[in-house]
Design a protein around this ligand. Structure first.
Ligand code: FUB
Length: 327
């Protein structure tokens, strides 16, 4: 018997991994995680402890197979525009090319989003010389839609700097909105045909409640914090994301990729560790949540491990809440 990776257990234990973006490419499951550094430096709300320097690509032939680490796929030293902190990436396939989208701080300390290309889903990836013009903040997630148009969703508060861009310019001392004001939404940008630039400037996505009212910044159980992911199910776009301070993965749905999205509920209750970040993937007839926690390091926030769990829909299209430590 081949050793397989069980649900709710670390996919790999030889390195720390986080922020898994999972895709089926060439008949296999490929996972694009962050590669957490094993260091004992200080932690803060700016996220300095997330000091990652490279990416490794993981793959599974299927859920009965061991997880393969394909080694270093891209390193900070080979990204001309980046200075530090290779945070949560995503990958996409179009034009017979695999694209790795990733955030990093530029040489002014501002988070931007870059793209690197490869002929193989496992890499290695070759970075473009500059970040995507007009990009900012973190956590890119790219959906190539059924009509082959590609959309990027991105943005994260605090260390991810999203609140510093409310005027369209980077204001280093800007705080988030008042708790009684609408929360900041993730950003949406259609990608150009060659996937290397934005076809139009990014716009803000609105997340509303069932009565059509915007989710407020003080509603920390529901407001957007970071880690967007968009998948499609039965004609709806499902935008899922982390609530940050309340440590949940939640979701909202829309008929339109740009929204507005109507809030629906919780996908994953809090995990061990501060951050929670995920992707959702259909494999055959089944659906899976890929996520991380800090169980591999006994709770050190920046030493995380990637896991998966099966995800189930109710007959009305809502998603059943997953307990990361339940049966
Ligand atoms: O891994 C660094 C950051 O932590 C990610 O960009 C966020 O989504 C959070 O998981």
């Amino acid at each position: 018997m081949k050793p397989s990776v069980k649900p709710k257990e670390p996919l790999v234990t030889h390195i720390y991994t986080a922020d898994p973006s999972a895709h089926v490419f060439e008949g296999k499951i490929y996972i694009y995680p962050s590669h957490d550094l094993d260091h004992d430096g200080p932690s803060n709300d700016n996220g300095d402890q997330y000091a990652m320097e490279d990416y490794h690509v993981l793959s599974l032939d299927d859920f009965d197979s061991p997880c393969v680490d394909h080694g270093e796929a891209l390193h900070l030293r080979d990204i001309p525009w980046a200075s530090q902190q290779l945070w949560a990436p995503d990958a996409a396939y179009k034009n017979n090319t695999y694209y790795l989208f990733f955030p990093a701080r530029d040489h002014d300390g501002i988070f931007r989003i870059g793209v690197a290309t490869s002929s193989s889903p496992a890499g290695p990836f070759q970075s473009q010389p500059s970040y995507i013009a007009g990009s900012y903040s973190i956590d890119p997630a790219v959906l190539v839609d059924e009509d082959n148009r590609a959309y990027m969703f991105f943005g994260g508060l605090w260390g991810g700097q999203l609140e510093k861009w409310q005027t369209g310019a980077f204001l280093p001392d800007a705080a988030g909105p008042d708790p009684s004001a609408p929360a900041l939404g993730p950003r949406f940008a259609e990608l150009s045909e060659d996937m290397l630039s934005f076809a139009a400037p990014p716009r803000e996505i609105s997340i509303i409640d069932e009565d059509g009212k915007p989710i407020l910044a003080g509603d920390e159980d529901r407001r957007y914090f970071e880690g967007p992911w968009v998948h499609k199910f039965k004609g709806y776009y499902y935008l899922s994301y982390s609530t940050g301070t309340t440590h949940k993965l939640v979701y909202a749905i829309s008929r339109n990729p740009e929204g507005p999205y109507v809030f629906k509920g919780t996908i994953l209750t809090p995990v061990i560790g501060w951050t929670t970040h995920h992707s959702i993937l259909q494999v055959g007839e089944k659906w899976y949540l890929f996520y991380h926690d800090c169980s591999l390091s006994d709770g050190v926030n920046h030493k995380r491990c990637v896991k998966y769990a099966e995800l189930h829909y109710n007959s009305d299209g809502t998603i059943q809440t997953i307990d990361p430590y339940g049966e």
